[in-house]
Design a binder for this molecule. Sequence first.
Ligand SMILES: [Zn+2]
Length: 84
Amino acid sequence: MSRHDTRTCISCGMPMRTVEEHAAADPSKDYCRHCAHEDGRMKSYDEVLAGFAGFLQHTQGLQEQVARDTAAQMLTKQPAWSDR
Ligand SMILES: [Zn+2]
């Protein structure tokens, strides 16, 4: 693991404590590997939203619609999506 200053993903808000947590392990990218495709491109809002909602369903046992609403509210606070 390579240490560097922790930055926060502009898409989902996850702290990125290591270079490996950045998209494509590239610390110049300001979003995390969960919010990127394998080639390092950032996922679309809908893709991030679906992933986030699924995460909430699994970890918090939310109903699908509740999970989507919660995810949408949380994403609105992130810089990548704040103008939506
Ligand atoms: Zn992210």
